[in-house]
Design a protein around this ligand. Structure first.
Ligand SMILES: Cc1cc2nc3c(=O)[nH]c(=O)nc-3n(C[C@H](O)[C@H](O)[C@H](O)COP(=O)(O)O)c2cc1C
Length: 213
């Protein structure tokens, strides 16, 4: 376990991330569609030689951002000491990331939203309001793959799910390697029956691994 006095926290902006992939599933459903899609993306990354780890956010005991702004001074979240504190070192260390969320009410799940909000501590804000910003994770060649899965069969009913992951990750300095919107999947683990979609997920993982090697 790495604590906040570990070297990795000392100057995040100068960090050279490793060619490894950190994957996050935002579904509350264990072994549901998001988990299976995440596993496929990570499988594709592994086949290209990247080390990878999958995290199921429902298993992480963490709180949403409380807007205390302590991170402006501390440059990492010190407002909470919880499961996210344990995830920050892996986020900083990994050049690749995968975000997978089911659509819940046209948007990402509460777990994925809380995770993304807790990345707020990586921003450097100018003192002037409204302030410009830079990211401590920027200009480090970081890449992300984004996957969304929903019941309905059109973009309108997937709503903001992809945007809600893409826009913040771009703002944090990640390049989008690829996005996979998966439609018409409702039942738990139903995506297993769609080999074409699983192959697309795996190929995205392979592309991610190649892009960070
Ligand atoms: C609370 C909730 C809200 C949902 N909202 C939507 C929605 O807005 N649009 C949609 O197409 N599907 C919606 N769904 C269906 C899920 O996106 C779909 O079942 C998905 O395959 C679940 O993925 P999972 O197994 O990874 O949890 C919703 C499901 C739940 C439980």
């Amino acid at each position: 376990m790495r604590f906040f006095d570990h070297a990795i926290f000392q100057n995040i902006s100068d960090h050279h991330p490793e060619p490894s992939v950190l994957g996050l599933s935002g579904s509350p459903r264990k072994n549901g569609n998001s988990d299976l899609l995440l596993k496929e993306v990570l499988k594709g990354a592994k086949q290209q030689g990247a080390t990878s780890e999958g995290i199921y956010l429902r298993d992480v005991q963490f709180q949403p951002c409380i807007g205390c702004e302590k991170c402006r001074k501390d440059h990492i979240c010190t407002g909470h000491k919880d499961g996210m504190s344990l995830l920050y070192p892996d986020i900083i260390a990994s050049k690749g990331m995968v975000l997978v969320s089911p659509t819940h009410n046209y948007n990402i799940t509460a777990w994925m939203k809380a995770f993304i909000d807790r990345l707020y501590c990586f921003y450097n804000f100018n003192p002037k309001r409204p302030s410009g910003w830079s990211s401590q994770l920027g200009n480090q060649g970081r890449k992300v793959v984004i996957v969304a899965v929903c019941e309905q069969d059109n973009k309108k009913d997937m709503g903001f799910t992809l945007d809600a992951m893409r826009l913040p990750m771009e703002a944090l300095g990640y390049d989008i390697v690829g996005e996979l919107p998966v439609f018409h999947i409702f039942d738990k683990a139903k995506v297993k029956e769609s080999p074409k979609i699983l192959a697309q997920a795996s190929e995205l993982g392979a592309e991610l691994a190649r892009s960070i090697s």
